[in-house]
Each structure stands twice: as structure tokens, then as C-alpha cells.
Design a protein around this ligand. Structure first.
Ligand code: SF4
Length: 328
């Protein structure tokens, strides 16, 4: 017997895999990258957990499919922010189910817990997700299985239902006890969802698609920096710190100029390629304002294809009215 697991990298999915591995079933942990899972490279982290649990790790890049099929057109709507959790879970199961044959696997599991999340883990939502998977009877949730209808793996005796759990709700004591018992180390505290559940990221995505089409290479830009929308419609992103600057430099999107102050220390910045002359001039002043610059001195900002000169605003408060979210 072999199972494919939806492996987010969280404690719950790790424990769900452990429950199945303990029944002498091989588990392949499928981690789906949809682009909004976090800003750090998680490969090492995921591998560490899989090694401890005894699962093989597979990482699938489905960022394009997620943008095309789910993010902007979720049939079951969004949660509090830009998180289409029900459709997202269904999407993950649907793509994982396509791998059943490739890996000669018999069923799928996830770390979903009944009642843990307000939108996606109510009983009705779990049922919807199961249907969306396209392989309804092959979806097993080991952590809450005893509270749900028996699935084919249980009915066929592939899995001993008695050894599965009946966890319900948001209290995570059972999971933490289990992690201690098996000696699992190095797992992240549950963060409550991906970046799509964050108000800042959600506001930036909303703003982005109001002005442009979001492609895979644009995903990373909504994760870093201060985001400003200038009067003629250009987007300006200004790095907040060294980590932001380094991350913005790796963004692949071709829709932006990359800009830095030439004659002073300052942040890394990105400006829409279709910026008007007025927006370019304003961006130049704003970029200089966020650099280590002196009042009334003229500086040059290098936008790659052109350069512009300007002086700083006397206060950063001028920038506030262009922030996409006040907290930026
Ligand atoms: S929190 Fe993010 S990754 Fe998790 S189900 Fe919701 S949208 Fe998908």
C-alpha cells in the first residue's frame, strides 16, 4: 500500500503521515508550491520533517495552475482575505490525485482537522473538498477520520480505522502531545494559513489586478517592500530593509524598472514600466526620500533604461498618501 499526502509543511500534515506510516503504508509527501506559502526557501525544512517521519518528499510547482484555475475565480469564494481555501484544498487534491497512477499509490491523505479552520474545515467544507478532488472515496483525513464517514481505504481494510484519530476543533494539545511522544523536532508553529490570509498581501493583490494581469513572475512582488500607487497609475515598490532589497532583486517580473539611487545609499525599488513622466518624477523623489540623503541636494536615480534627478521630500509622510495599505 502506498499513500500520497498533501504536505503543507505544518505539524498536522506531518502527524497525519506518521499515523499512516505506522500502519506500514508507504507515504509520499506531496508539497504543492502555489507561490504564497512563505518567503523562505522551505526545501530544507520540508526535507527535515519528512526524514523524521519517514516519508519521501516531492515538490510540485503549480503556481501557474493556481493563478489560472483558482486564485481569481474560486467557486466557493474567499475567506476573510484573498484566501480561496475551499477551492485551494480541492485544487491540491485534484492535482495530487493525478499522481496516484504515476506513483502507483492507492489513496490520498491530508492533515485537515474537522472544525480547525472557520472556512475550509467545517464538515460541509470537507465534503465539498472531497468532491472537488475528483476521487471522493480516496480522500482520508487521519487526524479526524473517526468523526467522518469511513472512506474506501478504511472500508477495504487498507487502513485500520481504529488506529486513526478523532480530533475536533482548534485546540492543538493532542497534536503537540503526539509530536512530543514521537520526538518530532523543528516544525513551525501553526501560522494560520498562507500569505493569502494576510491583509497586506491581499490588499496588494487586489491593487495589482485592478491595474494589471498577474502572472507567475509577478507573484513575488506582492510579498516584499512598501507598495505605493502613484497618481497616474504606476506602481512603486520601495524595499524596507536589506532582506526586502535582496528579495526584490530576485523578482523576475518584466513589468517593472529596477531602480536605485546612484550617488547615495538607499533601498532597491521597482517602478511600473508604463509609468508616466509625472509618475517617474514623483517616484524619483520618493526613492530619494527613503535613501540616506540630505535635504535640498540633487541626487540621480538609475532606472536601468534611463536616469532621473530629483531632491527628497522633507518628510516621509508625503509618501503615506500613496501607500496601498496604511500599514505599508
Ligand atoms: S491558507 Fe492558503 S494554502 Fe491554505 S488552503 Fe487557504 S489559500 Fe490554500
Amino acid at each position: 500500500m502506498r499513500a500520497l499526502a498533501l504536505f503543507s509543511g505544518g505539524l498536522d500534515s506531518a502527524l497525519a503521515m506518521k499515523l499512516i506510516i505506522d500502519q506500514n503504508i508507504e507515504v509520499i509527501a506531496v508539497h504543492i508550491d502555489m507561490g504564497f506559502g512563505g518567503t523562505n526557501d522551505k526545501k530544507e525544512y520540508l526535507q527535515n520533517l519528512c526524514d523524521q517521519i519517514g516519508a519521501k518528499l516531492e515538490i510540485l510547482d503549480l503556481r501557474k495552475e493556481f493563478l489560472d484555475e483558482v486564485l481569481f475565480t474560486p467557486v466557493h469564494g474567499y475567506g476573510k482575505n484573498f484566501n480561496p481555501c475551499i477551492d485551494c484544498h480541492g485544487f491540491m487534491f485534484r492535482y495530487t490525485s493525478k499522481l496516484l497512477e504515476k506513483y502507483n499509490a492507492n489513496f490520498m491523505i491530508s492533515g485537515e482537522v474537522l472544525g480547525q479552520r472557520p472556512m475550509s474545515q467545517k464538515k460541509e467544507s470537507l465534503d465539498i473538498v472531497q468532491k472537488l478532488s475528483g476521487q471522493e472515496d480516496l480522500v482520508l483525513r487521519p487526524l479526524s477520520a473517526k468523526l467522518l464517514s469511513p472512506t474506501k481505504p478504511e472500508l477495504e481494510g487498507w487502513v485500520d480505522r481504529e488506529k486513526l484519530l478523532d480530533i475536533n476543533g482548534r485546540n492543538r494539545q493532542t497534536q503537540l502531545r503526539m509530536a512530543r511522544r514521537i520526538g518530532l523536532k523543528g516544525f513551525d508553529e501553526p501560522a494560520g494559513g498562507c500569505l493569502l490570509t494576510m491583509p497586506d498581501t491581499s490588499a496588494r493583490i487586489r491593487d495589482f489586478i485592478e491595474h494589471d494581469k498577474m502572472d507567475v513572475d509577478d507573484i513575488d512582488i506582492v510579498k516584499f517592500g512598501r507598495h505605493l500607487r502613484l497618481p497616474d497609475g504606476a506602481k512603486l515598490v520601495i524595499g524596507r530593509n536589506e532582506a526586502d532589497n535582496l528579495s526584490l532583486e530576485t523578482v523576475k517580473s518584466q513589468k517593472f524598472y529596477r531602480a536605485k539611487i546612484k550617488d547615495a545609499i538607499g533601498p532597491f525599488n521597482m517602478l511600473s514600466q508604463n509609468a508616466s513622466e509625472a509618475d517617474k518624477a514623483l517616484a524619483t523623489k520618493l526613492i530619494i526620500t527613503y535613501g540616506k540623503t540630505e535635504d535640498e541636494k540633487i541626487y540621480t536615480v538609475d532606472f536601468g533604461e534611463f536616469e532621473m534627478q530629483g531632491v527628497k521630500f522633507q518628510t516621509k509622510e508625503v509618501a503615506a498618501k500613496y501607500f496601498i495599505l496604511q500599514s505599508s
